[in-house]
Design a protein around this ligand. Structure first.
Ligand code: EPU
Length: 432
C-alpha cells in the first residue's frame, strides 16, 4: 500500500509549475472522438485520469501517439464502435463524457456508468439525460450501462438545466457539436474548463458561442477536422499550492497560471492575512504572520470552487477565531474533517456547514484520504502539523495531481512516498 510520510512544520519556499487542468483534459480527450483527423493536445497533466481515458480511446480503436510527456496526437477517425463498456470506466467520473461524444459521432452510445470520487451521497446524471432526451435520444440505464439511441443523429434543441452542472453542460456541448441544427444550453455552468472545451471544439471546426456565460449556443456542423490545442493551467492545482503556502507559511512563486481564474481564492487568502501578488502568468504567495478567520461558501464559477473547500477548511483550522465554511455544490463533502479532528482540529459539521474553531497547532497522525481533494487537504494538514503524518489513500491524489510529492519536496517540504513491506503499489484509480 502506497502512503505519504510527511514531517510537518517546514515553511515552503521557491517556485512551483502548475500543470494542465485535469477537468479540462478529461473533457477534451473524449471530445477527440468527434474529430475526423489528428488532434494534437498539448499541456496534458501527467495524472492517472488522463492515462485511463487515453487507454479507453485506444481500446476503442483510436490511434494515440505520445509526442512528449505532455503532448499526444489522437486520431479517432478509424473508430467504428459506439460502445465503451470497459471495467476501467468505473475508475473515473469523466467517462460519462463518452456518452455525448459517441452520441454526437454515431447517433448511439453504450457506456458504463461513471465512477470517480464519492465524497458522500449519489452523483446524479439526470440533467445529462434530460438534455439528450430533448435532443431526440432514447436513454436507458440497465446493469450499470447507459444506452442511448437516436433515429440517426442528435437534433439541436433548447435545454434549460435545473441545476448548474459542469458535467451536463460539457456533455451537451459534446453532443450538440455535430448535431443537426442549433442547441441552446440555458443555466449553463461557466467554469474555465467549459470555455477551454469550447475553444478546443471551435479550433477543430465547431461553432459554439457563449461559453463562459450561462447561455451557450451551439450550431451543429457536419464535420470537424484536426488541429493543435494547448490545455489551460489547472485552477485547483494552483489553488492547492496557494493554500499549502498559507498553511505552512513561506514564500512561493506559483508559475504558469491564469491569475484571473484564481481571483476568488486569492481574495479569500488575502482576507486570511496572506499576501498574494498577481503577475502576468504567475502569482506570488507569502505568509509570515498569523492566519485570520474567514467565512466561505462554495458556489459554481465564478463563486468559490467546491474543489478548493477541503484545502481551505484545513488551513482555517489554524486561523485565529471561528470560521464558517458552507458547501453550496455537493450534499456532503466534509467527511475528511474526521481525519483533521484526529490531528487536533476543532471542527463541527452541521448539515452543509463546517464551524471551525482555530487552534494554535495540530499534530501529525495516521490518517486516510477518501477522495482526491480531501487527499490534497490532508497533505496540507500534514505539512502544517507538528510531527509525523502517515497518509493512506494517496492513489486518489495521484489521479488528479501531477507529481505532488516531488513538487512539494522542491519547495522544502519533508514528504516522501513509502510502501508497506511485501506489498506492491496499488493500481491507479480514477477521479473527479
Ligand atoms: N447534479 C444533478 N444532476 C445532474 C448533474 C449534477 O443534480 O445531472 C448536481 C450534483 O449532484 C451537484 C451539482 O449538480 O450537487 C454540481 O454537479 P456537477 O455536474 O457540476 O459536477 P460534475 O460535473 O460531476 C465536476 C468536476 C468536480 C467538481 C464539480 C463542481 C469533473 C470531472 N468533475 O463534477 O470535480 O466538484 O464539477 O464544480 O469535471 C474534482 O476535481 O475533485 C471534482 C470532484
Amino acid at each position: 500500500m502506497k502512503r505519504y510520510i510527511i514531517n510537518g512544520g517546514r515553511p515552503l519556499h521557491g517556485e512551483v509549475e502548475i500543470s494542465g487542468a485535469k477537468n479540462a483534459a478529461v473533457a477534451i480527450i473524449p471530445a477527440a472522438l468527434l474529430v475526423d483527423g489528428v488532434c494534437r493536445i498539448e499541456n496534458l497533466p501527467q495524472i492517472s485520469d488522463v492515462s485511463t481515458l487515453l487507454s479507453i480511446l485506444k481500446e476503442m480503436g483510436a490511434e494515440i501517439r505520445v509526442v512528449n510527456k505532455r503532448t499526444v496526437d489522437i486520431d479517432c477517425s478509424r473508430i467504428r464502435t459506439s460502445q465503451a463498456t470497459f471495467d476501467i470506466m468505473h475508475r473515473l467520473r469523466a467517462s460519462y463524457y463518452l456518452i455525448g461524444s459517441l452520441l454526437g459521432r454515431f447517433g448511439r452510445a453504450e457506456v458504463s456508468m461513471p465512477g470517480g470520487c464519492n465524497f458522500g451521497g449519489v452523483r446524479p446524471i439526470d440533467q445529462h439525460i434530460k438534455g439528450f432526451s430533448a435532443m431526440g435520444a432514447d436513454i436507458g440505464i440497465r446493469n450499470g450501462i447507459v444506452t442511448a439511441e437516436t433515429s440517426g443523429t442528435l437534433r439541436g434543441s433548447s435545454v434549460y438545466l435545473d441545476v448548474v452542472s459542469v458535467g451536463a453542460t460539457i456533455n451537451l456541448m459534446l453532443g450538440a457539436a455535430l448535431a443537426e441544427g442549433r442547441t441552446l444550453i440555458g443555466n449553463a455552468a461557466r467554469e474555465p474548463h467549459i470555455v477551454d472545451l469550447a475553444n478546443f471544439l471551435n479550433s477543430m471546426g465547431a461553432d459554439i458561442r457563449g461559453a463562459g456565460t450561462n447561455v451557450i449556443k451551439v450550431r451543429g456542423v457536419r464535420r470537424m477536422t484536426g488541429g493543435f490545442y494547448s490545455i489551460i493551467p489547472d485552477q485547483i492545482e494552483a489553488g492547492t499550492y496557494m493554500a499549502a503556502v498559507a498553511g505552512a507559511g513561506g514564500n512561493v512563486v506559483i508559475r504558469d497560471v491564469i491569475p484571473k481564474h484564481l481571483e476568488c481564492i486569492s481574495g479569500k487568502l488575502r482576507e486570511m492575512g496572506v499576501t498574494v501578488v498577481d503577475l502576468e502568468d504567475s502569482v506570488i504567495v507569502q505568509r509570515t504572520g498569523p492566519l485570520l478567520k474567514t467565512h466561505i461558501k462554495t458556489m459554481p464559477y465564478p463563486g468559490f470552487p467546491t474543489d478548493m473547500q477541503p484545502q481551505m477548511s484545513t488551513v482555517l483550522c489554524l486561523a485565529e477565531g471561528t470560521s464558517m465554511v458552507t458547501e453550496g455544490v455537493w450534499d456532503n463533502r466534509f467527511r475528511y474533517t474526521d481525519e483533521l479532528i484526529k490531528m487536533g482540529s476543532a471542527i463541527r459539521v452541521i448539515e452543509r456547514t463546517a464551524i471551525i474553531e482555530g487552534v494554535p497547532y495540530i499534530t501529525g497522525a495516521p490518517i486516510k484520504a477518501g477522495d482526491l481533494r480531501a487527499g490534497a487537504a490532508l497533505v496540507i494538514a500534514g505539512l502544517c502539523a507538528r510531527g509525523e503524518t502517515i497518509l493512506e489513500g494517496v492513489s486518489y491524489i495521484e489521479r488528479g495531481y501531477e507529481k505532488m510529492v516531488s513538487k512539494l519536496s522542491s519547495l522544502g517540504a519533508d514528504i516522501k512516498t513509502a510502501f508497506l513491506a511485501d506489498e506492491e503499489p496499488l493500481a491507479e484509480k480514477g477521479a473527479g
